[in-house]
Write a protein of this length. Structure first.
Lengths: 128, 128
DNA sequence: TTGCGTTTGGTAAAACAATGCATATCGATT
DNA sequence: AATCGATATGCATTGTTTTACCAAACGCAA
């Protein structure tokens, strides 16, 4: 337990949650990291640029996206090799829908998290 | 997309979520696995017996519990070495409170998950 | 037709996490 | 005091995940 400057106290830990899609065997398909990656692809137009901005390896991001598409059963990005800029990657309609839906999902969870956490804290302190 | 015997269709992926406590640097303190471990300790009275039942290594479970206590700032178990049975591990009051509160947390989340997932699916299919 | 920058994809290395093993400690019971 | 079974903990080994590196394919533009 630490004390902040304003005198209020807070536990030295954080409350976390995560929502994601996986295969039936548990391998991740879409999670927060991939959502961020897709957003970067959308705003930058290339996977290379996106991973550099996100600070993750191209190899992994590329493999993850491939795996995600294989398991979702549809394309979320369209990729082009060659051309004046060397190539590019953009989101498909479905890709856009996916990040929108995922975003809404996160928000929905966020709403209940605050309350759930408070209830958790309160329950912990019950007559102790 | 697969088709079930009754003709209904379902996506070939699962919806997952997880809630847990972590340090401010992201290291896990209490999650579902540790919750299960604590429940086993409660019903079996020893860490050794609990890990054998859970199928995880004693080394890790022991380290995890130590880390959890250090970061929560209080004891969740009391351990005894020696004695007629060689030793034992039981939950403290606070340990009991913790698993109760965590359980309630899970339940609270479970409630909203179903609905959130349905909404997610619906949103994905919007005019597509 | 050569160059450029990106996607594609294989593979080795590195980083990280979990397990196994060994050994010590403890304390009620015999 | 000797025993016994569980806790305590360091360290080597194994296992898994991520990164690094490389070479090739691609196609527009100069």
């Amino acid at each position: 337990m630490k004390k902040k400057k304003d005198g209020s106290r807070y536990k030295n830990y954080l409350f976390n949650y995560k929502v994601w899609l996986s295969t039936i065997t548990g391998q991740g398909i879409i999670d927060d990291q991939k959502y961020e990656l897709l957003k970067l692809i959308k705003e930058r137009g290339s996977l290379k640029s996106a991973v550099e901005s996100a600070g993750i390896s191209y190899r992994k991001a590329w493999g993850d996206l491939k795996f995600a598409e294989e398991n979702l059963g549809y394309q979320i990005i369209t990729k082009q090799r060659g051309g004046k800029d060397g190539g590019n990657t953009i989101l498909t309609e479905k890709g856009e829908k996916l990040i929108e839906a995922y975003e809404a999902l996160q928000e929905k969870f966020d709403e209940s998290v605050e309350e759930a956490f408070r209830e958790f804290q309160r329950k912990l302190k019950e007559n102790s």
